[in-house]
Design a protein around this ligand. Structure first.
Ligand code: HCA
Ligand code: CU
Length: 380
């Protein structure tokens, strides 16, 4: 799983999210924020989609970002020509190969598709650009068809082949097997694209990398067609856990929150409460047993170190599951003059009150201060 690269597709797949409408300025802002994180590639909507889309490819290609700029086009000469003139570094070409798409979408057979792929790829390479060839709906395509077309494009020097779980039907074991098989028939890089309809998008990305894939498609907050694809933050959380050294060196994880906020606002959603890393409760510890251990050593109940992601841990104490060690920690933070016995007494009081309604941290602090004052008064 070492050495993977991220193809960030918020500005392509993400534009297919129901609420997405990006002005040129907004795209530039998102592109720069993603570049600050250090993603390897930005994938942009096809210049064939609209006049603004074409213009945006040119504008973003001219920003001088560290990330390489790709645009995503149908496997078609007209689209390829249009794309090359925008100044992008490379093209991600795609065509549907499943019987569903062959029959109900473009209506072409595999021989025709293969010929067309070779023509388009050869053309793009002759212009000195990077090119990836991907099949849409790969997991519902015939395996022999898939392997033979990938073999054919590998032979003519395509930079990457791509597998796409367009409908989100694949599971990690199926992904592992397909990528492993593909790894043994092509020598080029392997890119993977996973939709999240059944909640496997991150796990599938990980399984793909384990099987020898080199590039993963992501979008900020996972936005995309339907319920979207592998989210950038979630993938980084997964990969941090697998290889902290590589991930923290290569990517600026403290910038994830910023790009998520930009994108959430642009597409008029809030960051989900349970989001990886940045969800409001992602680093909130509640049960007394957890709170005590966390205060002793955060690794007991945290696999991600919030500091590495520029976010903060919170220990919640105003509830019936609280414990006196967490309350004692708050007493120390407030520098109050209370003993362990006092902390236990206040904890009992908190539990009693919290059986009626949850308490805010303010409520708890007021309670703690009243114990402190009562003791101070008692001494006089
Ligand atoms: C789509 C296309 C795509 C392409 C993926 C790829 C998919 O259906 O909108 O180029 O690898 O999911 O198949 O996003
Ligand atoms: Cu997709």
């Amino acid at each position: 799983v070492n050495n993977f690269k991220i193809i960030e597709s918020t500005l392509r797949e993400g534009e297919q999210f129901a609420n997405a409408f990006f002005t040129t300025e907004k795209k530039v802002e998102i592109a720069k924020a993603l570049d600050d994180i250090g993603v390897d590639y930005l994938e942009l909507t096809s210049p064939a989609a609209s006049e603004q889309s074409r213009n945006d490819c040119t504008v973003i290609s001219n920003l001088g970002l560290k990330a390489k700029i790709l645009t995503h086009v149908r496997c078609h000469m007209d689209d390829a020509k249009l794309a090359i003139d925008t100044g992008v570094d490379g093209l991600d070409v795609v065509i549907g190969t499943s019987s569903f798409l062959r029959e109900f979408s473009h209506g072409k057979d595999m021989d025709y598709i293969t010929k067309q792929a070779i023509e388009v790829i050869t053309f793009i390479k002759s212009k000195g650009l990077e090119v990836r060839f991907s099949t849409e709906d790969s997991f519902r395509s015939d395996l022999v068809d898939l392997l033979s077309i990938y073999k054919a494009v590998d032979k003519i020097g395509v930079n990457r082949v791509g597998i796409a779980d367009t409908v989100g039907c694949a599971n990690p074991r199926q992904v592992y097997e397909l990528v492993k098989t593909l790894r043994s028939v092509v020598s080029c890089d392997i890119e993977c694209h996973f939709h999240n309809d059944t909640g496997c998008a991150i796990a599938n990305a990980y399984a793909a990398l384990e099987a020898g894939a080199t590039h993963i498609d992501t979008s900020v907050l996972g936005i995309g067609e339907r319920n979207g694809i592998t989210p950038l933050g979630g993938l980084l959380a997964r990969m941090y856990t697998a290889d902290k050294e590589y991930v923290t060196k290569k990517y600026d994880l403290t910038k994830i929150r910023e790009v998520e906020n930009i994108v959430a606002e642009a597409v008029e959603v809030t960051v989900p409460f349970n989001n990886y890393i940045t969800g409001y409760c992602a680093f909130t510890h509640k049960a007394g047993i957890h709170a005590k251990a966390i205060l002793n050593n955060p690794s007991t109940y945290e696999i991600l170190n919030p500091t590495d992601f520029g976010v903060t841990r919170y220990v919640s104490i105003g509830h019936r599951l609280t414990g006196w060690n967490a309350v004692k920690n708050r007493i120390e933070q407030l520098d109050l003059d209370l003993t362990d016995e006092d902390a236990k007494a206040v904890t009992a009081k908190i539990k009693q009150l919290a059986d009626v309604r949850p308490l805010s941290l303010d409520d708890v602090d007021i309670l703690l201060r009243s114990y402190h004052h009562a003791k101070a008064d008692g001494k006089h």
